[in-house]
Design a protein around this ligand. Structure first.
Ligand code: G6P
Length: 354
């Protein structure tokens, strides 16, 4: 218990450590004065023709986020679930950079995918939290996310650190930084701190903890955050939760929406509010409670029963902040239901079987 620093659970402590984790991840890598990003371990990695991410669980959601960062900078990128990656079916060749995103650096599925990529001659990079882990040793290059040890089975601070590492990776590989992005990275820990200090998540958890299911929707950079919000909810609360790219709601999931299924709608700068608001109206018509996770979009707030506020930031970083609000909602639902938060049933921190 001493290691929990006064928090009831490691997970809550680790959620609160996210501003520090980000500072550690950025430390000496972002030169504010020159407005650029410089990651030593990537100095010898040439700009790839394409990037393939391989990852599992929460790390896969970080990888999905990474694909968008790279595509926006002109590099074709795809994220694969490591267990579905097949170098023989999808030949990659030596023009590709294969990036294993893995907190532990030990996940068997991710290791298998990285070994396959190495076998066919791809350049490989591990984005990991553990120095000297199997993934770091297997790959040609390693970039450390520097989140510090994470004890809670449900990944929180390592996810935010992976996201920030991938922002740096995409910027460094392509040479496209942007002063605004560099400034927004500098301000990010303070903005996350403000969410931690004044989140409405606990009250929302009390309101909805006995719901039949929880749905999460978002577009663009918010789509992987919607998936992660649902994964966190199911991992630690054992409640049914699903995340969707907002546009997919009408292609099936809408059939599950009732007045007992709250829908968390992520709407932050640049994520096409008009279309997502259209989706919100569809669930509102079916009587679903709506929680808007937004940086002040009045149109979505108008349709919401509750609002989780996201401080304004760069379009690629506001979803990183929004995710923290969703972590807190899951935590408080699990807390109020008396779940085993740090060690959820049937789950392991690191899965070393395929
Ligand atoms: C397990 C954990 C998840 C984690 C996944 C991938 O399933 O319970 O929280 O996201 O493994 O782990 P990795 O160490 O590869 O990031």
């Amino acid at each position: 218990d001493a290691g929990k620093s006064g928090y009831d659970h490691y997970m809550l402590k680790e959620i609160h450590e996210q501003p520090t984790a980000i500072r550690q991840c950025l430390s000496e890598r972002v030169t504010e004065l020159e407005g650029c990003i410089d990651v030593d371990s990537l100095a010898s990695v040439s700009v790839p023709d394409r990037v393939q991410f391989v990852a599992c669980g929460t790390s896969y959601h970080a990888a999905l986020y990474g694909t968008r960062l790279l595509r926006e900078r002109g590099v074709p990128a795809t994220a694969f679930l490591a267990s579905e990656y097949d170098v023989d079916a999808v030949p990659i060749g030596d023009d590709a950079l294969v990036v294993g995103v893995t907190q532990s650096g030990e996940t068997a599925d991710t290791m298998g995918a990285l070994r396959g990529a190495n076998r066919v001659g791809a350049t490989t990079l591990a984005v990991t939290n553990v120095v000297g882990s199997s993934a770091a040793r297997e790959c040609d290059h390693a970039m450390y996310v520097r989140a510090g040890p994470e004890i809670g089975v449900a990944a929180t601070k390592t996810f935010v650190s992976q996201q920030i590492a991938l922002v740096m990776l995409a910027s460094e590989l392509t040479g496209e930084y942007g002063d605004e992005l560099v400034a927004a990275l500098r301000d990010l820990p303070g903005k996350i701190q403000s969410v931690l200090d004044a989140s409405a998540a606990r009250g929302i958890a009390t309101e909805y903890r006995d719901s039949d299911a929880f749905f999460f929707i978002g577009r663009g950079y918010n789509a992987p955050v919607a998936l992660e919000g649902a994964l966190k909810m199911k991992e630690i609360t054992y409640r049914h939760a699903e995340g969707f790219a907002a546009g997919e709601l009408k292609h099936g999931p809408l059939a599950l929406v009732t007045d007992r299924t709250p829908v968390f709608a992520l709407v932050t700068g640049g994520s096409n509010p008009t279309k997502t608001i259209g989706n919100v109206k569809e669930v509102e018509t079916r009587g679903a409670p709506v929680v808007a996770v937004t940086d002040g979009c009045a149109d979505v707030e108008r349709h919401a029963d509750f609002v989780l506020e996201v401080p304004e930031s760069h379009p690629a970083l506001a979803p990183v902040i929004a995710n923290v609000q969703l972590q807190l909602v899951s935590y408080w639902v699990a807390n109020q239901l008396g779940r085993s938060i740090d060690k959820p049933r049937n789950l392991a921190k690191s899965v070393t079987v395929e």
